[in-house]
Design a protein around this ligand. Structure first.
Ligand code: NI
Length: 184
């Protein structure tokens, strides 16, 4: 099932998410729906608040980039109850976008390396280190679970410049190739 994607201004995107417990019903279906929703919108990552849920899960699929970057060809992962344990390395500026902020891209400064613990869909524990683009996407999606959006990292001046565009998005005055849920 393809969910409509929540956009900037929706209070659900500002909630701090809660852990998924072992007895969570419908986890497999949720993961399938999240990938379907993300692929439909041509995104590389999607976090639960972007489909209106406040549980601690995000999905990432970088396999489409595998042609240019072979190391990403099998990168399709689900992160359940993730915790960033360490951020390290250089801080790098890179342009980011977000399905919840359609049509807007800005440079964001983030660490190059991240160590994260999480559960996979079999609820098996992982503790892994990621660098480069995967680390970038992981930090972006992880932010969503903490109620943070990439524009929050922009300078106060930049935020002032973006204000009009963000307010248009909140009113649904934006064109997208996928269905969005406009805040009330
Ligand atoms: Ni995003």
């Amino acid at each position: 099932m393809i969910y409509p994607i929540t956009v900037y201004g929706d209070p659900v995107l500002r909630k701090i998410t809660t852990d998924i417990d072992q007895g969570f019903i419908g986890l497999e279906k949720l993961v399938e729906d999240m990938f379907e929703t993300m692929h439909n919108a041509e995104g590389v990552g999607l976090a639960a608040p972007q489909i209106g849920l406040t549980c601690r899960i995000f999905v990432i699929d970088l396999s489409a980039l595998g042609e240019d970057e072979p190391s990403l060809k099998d990168f399709k992962k689900v992160f359940i109850n993730p915790r960033i344990l360490e951020e390290d390395g250089e801080k790098v500026l890179m342009e980011e976008g977000c399905l919840s902020i359609p049509g807007l891209r800005e440079e964001v400064l983030r660490y190059d390396t991240v160590r994260i613990s999480y559960l996979d869909t079999d609820l098996k524990e992982h503790d892994e280190v990621f660098t480069g683009f995967p680390a970038r996407v992981i930090q972006h999606e992880y932010d969503h679970l903490e109620g943070v959006m990439f524009v929050d990292h922009c300078s106060p001046l930049k935020k002032r410049i973006l204000k009009g565009k963000l307010s248009d998005i909140t009113k649904g005055q934006v064109s997208t190739s996928y269905r969005i849920k406009v805040p009330k």
